[in-house]
Design a protein around this ligand. Sequence first.
Ligand code: NAP
Length: 281
Amino acid sequence: MNQLFVIGDPIAHSKSPLLQNAMLQELGLAETWSYGARQVRGEEIATWLAQAKAGICRGFNATMPHKEHLARLVDQLSPGAAACRSVNTVCIREGRALGFSTDGPGFVQSLTDAQMDPQGGRVVLLGAGGAAKAVALQLAGLDVEEITVCNRNLERAQALCSHAPDKLKPASLNRRGLEEALARCSLLVNCTPLGMAGTGRQFEDLSFLQALPAQGAVCDLVYSPAETMLLARARAEGHRTLNGLGMLLYQGIFALEHFLDQKLDLAQMRRVAEAALAQSE
Ligand code: NAP
């Protein structure tokens, strides 16, 4: 059996085994490939990687708190993973660990599906954590005019922006910073957990949306609930909106492409993964 895993801490909530096993089934590979979840604590990551390289699995996905640590531990980084110093997919090939990051490509593919082309426009990101970094650096590699990274902790936004200073501009996540950034924005992306089910935390005030031009689209990386208060308000004000489900699905599809070392039919895999999620709810 070719074994794959998702590792993290906590990990019990992960939908990755459900999605990946549904796709493996669709591809007729369920007899020879299997995908499970393993709790691996932060301090256990080096031991886990050694076990993986010794052959307990063909590869694994990683979530909190491992992505940045793995970027320093694997034997080789893909250009995308090297750019964002973050790894969410590790393939074991001939005893070597190859690290990839599929979060940024997953986000951009979800934009493509929704016909929200960021090229040539100005983007505003809310947040400067791991997800914001993946999204910012992926967009910085496209023909996007400017990306403003608005964060509560300005220093963290400045650190992120230093990776691509020509394209990325830091700003404070306060009313003035937001209104200035949004004035000529074509795409606003929430990369903070505000609005996510279970956190109990919301944007205190969504009136900053009034500064967004009418044709500006609004994305939320949060996918539970399917429509956050930010997206509901944006939709009510006439903006096109998109939640984080597509990013979740595509980061998994691209990870499976790396594990299998083959291109997959994206539309077919998205249908299968979405159906598996819907059945589980
Ligand atoms: P992270 O590394 O912990 O970063 C969180 C960011 O949110 C930081 O910039 C933080 O600001 C900001 N933030 C947190 N609480 C805040 C508050 N009360 N007010 C203002 N800003 C606040 O988290 P992450 O991994 O980037 O994930 C961020 C979100 O994206 C989560 O909801 C996650 O579920 C979602 N996500 C979705 C996908 C997907 O596939 N759809 C993939 C990855 C992540 P400070 O720096 O000031 O603390």
